[in-house]
Design a protein around this ligand. Structure first.
Ligand SMILES: [Zn+2]
Length: 54
């Protein structure tokens, strides 16, 4: 199953036995964000919480 990242638009193959695929089945309308973007968003959130820690 191909899925497109909502942030960068990259297409990824979602493996049917992966946890991400299971989550997809439960919430098919939820926006998908790839691991790379998820890391970036998380890093930015941390930076905002600790603006002087960078
Ligand atoms: Zn992405």
């Amino acid at each position: 199953m191909q899925i497109r990242c909502q942030l960068c638009g990259a297409e990824e193959e979602l493996l049917v036995w992966s946890a991400a695929y299971e989550a997809r089945k439960r919430a098919p309308q939820a926006p998908y964000i790839c691991a790379r973007c998820r890391d970036r968003v998380q890093a930015e959130a941390l930076r905002e919480q600790h603006p002087r820690g960078h």
